[in-house]
Design a protein. Sequence first.
Length: 53
Amino acid sequence: MDKHTHLAAPVRRAAALRRAQRQAASMRRLAWGLALASLMLAVALPLASAGQA
C-alpha cells in the first residue's frame, strides 16, 4: 500500500461522515417541520370547527 492511498482513506472517510451528518441534519429539520405542521393542524382544526359551531 503506497502512502497516497493510505492518506486518502481518512479524508474520504471524513468526507463521507460529513455528508452523512449533513443528511441527518436535513432529515431532522424535515422531521421537526412535519411535527410542527401537524401540531399546528391539530390546534387549528378544533379551533376552526369551534368557531364555525
